[in-house]
Design a protein around this ligand. Sequence first.
Ligand SMILES: C[S@@+](CC[C@H](N)C(=O)[O-])C[C@H]1O[C@@H](n2cnc3c(N)ncnc32)[C@H](O)[C@@H]1O
Length: 301
Amino acid sequence: MGAMMWLRPRAGFAFSKRDFVASLGAVTTEDLLLDDRFPRTNAYHPDWILGSASGGANSLWLTEWLMSVMELQSGMRVLDLGCGLAASSIFLAREFGAQVWATDLWFDVSANEPRIRDAGVADLVTPVHADARTLPFEAEFFDAIISIDSFPYFGTDDHYLAYLARFLKPGGVIGIASAGMIEEIEGDPPEHLASWWKAEPAMWCLHSPKWWRRHWERSGIVDVEVADTMPDGWHYWLKWHRTVAPDNHVEMNSIEQDGGAHLGYVRVVARRRKDAVIEEPITSIPSEYEAKPLLRDQGTE
Ligand SMILES: C[S@@+](CC[C@H](N)C(=O)[O-])C[C@H]1O[C@@H](n2cnc3c(N)ncnc32)[C@H](O)[C@@H]1O
C-alpha cells in the first residue's frame, strides 16, 4: 500500500481491536475521538465510528463541521456522494431527519444495508451503488448534495459540477468537506511533502478553498456561500490517523512536519442559482454516412 492512505481502500482497517488498543498505549480510543468541537459526534460510540471508517478522515467530524454552515431540515432529500460505509448518511438521518441516498462506488449496497438497518434508519437511508459520473437519479431530485472526503476523486473535472448540479433543485445546496490544501502548491511540493507526492501523484487532486471557489463560481451554475479551512484541521487529520492507522508513518510524519502550513481540511458550500440553465448532457449525435473520395487524386466521379 502506498503512503496515500486517504485515497485508497484502507488496509489499516483490517487490524484487530486488540492490536489497535495496544498501538495506542495509554491513550484510549475514547480520548482520541472525543472533542468539544464536535458535540454531536461525541454521542456516537467509538467502536461504531471505527467500524464505519472508510477513509483517511473521521467522516462524522467532517460532516458535523459541514453541517454548521448548511441548513438541513427534516424530510429533505439529500445525496451523500462517495459515502463510503455510510456513517455520514446515518448521521444526517439521525441528527436532522434527512432522507439520504447513500451513494458510493467502492462499497456495495450489501456493505451498507445492515449498518443502516442496525442504526435504525432504514426508512430514511437508501444505499446506492453508483459511479458519481453516471448517477441513477431524476433531474432536480435533491434538496441538497453533500460529499465527505470524496469529491476530489471526481469533482476536479471542469465538466463535473454542471453534470452534478442537474440533480439538485434550483436553489438547492451542495456542500463538500475533505482533506485539502490551505493554499495551492505552485511549482514543486515543499521538501517535507515531496516524497509523498512522488509516491502518490494523485495527491495533486487536493485543492485549496480559493481554488474550489473559482472552479465552481466560473461555471455560472452556483453561488459559493462558504469556502474555508478548518482551524487546526491538520491536528484532526493527525489525530484520526493516530487512531485508525498508527503504522502509516509517512503520512503522519508529513502532516506533523507540515504543521498546517499546507495540509488541512477544506469546506465549500454553494447554492444552485435559480437562473442557471443546465443543458442536457450530449450522449449521442445523429449522423448519416455519405461516401466521399478519400484522396484528392481520386477525383469526384
Ligand atoms: C476516502 S473515502 C471516503 C468515504 C467516506 N465518505 C468517509 O469520509 O469515510 C472516498 C470514497 O469516495 C468514493 N468514490 C471514489 N470515486 C468515486 C466515484 N467515481 N463515484 C462514487 N464514489 C466514488 C469511494 O467509493 C470511497 O468510498
